[in-house]
Design a protein around this ligand. Sequence first.
Ligand code: SF4
Ligand code: SF4
Length: 89
Amino acid sequence: MAERAYITPIADEDLYVLDTASWRVYRPVMDKSKCVECGMCMTYCPVRAIIGTDDKKYKITYDYCKGCGICAAECPRKAIEMVLEGGAE
Ligand code: SF4
Ligand code: SF4
């Protein structure tokens, strides 16, 4: 089993946060059919685990997501649901 690094780089600023992804209890699941691509989830995620792609889609990086639920709370379309880790995607 590969050894995990318990730090997460934040953008290109040489800043790091403790990697809590391995301790996550809930994970955010995005319903793309509800998403209006506003980017609020990316803006509010404290560890920048949500990234925007070139075609303005938003993607959750589960290696970094700590399951705090802020993205789900801030999404104006309720397009993100927090589900128990290990449950259905
Ligand atoms: S906040 Fe909600 S609607 Fe906006 S990009 Fe994120 S998932 Fe889509
Ligand atoms: S649950 Fe928290 S850490 Fe994970 S993507 Fe949402 S805001 Fe970011």
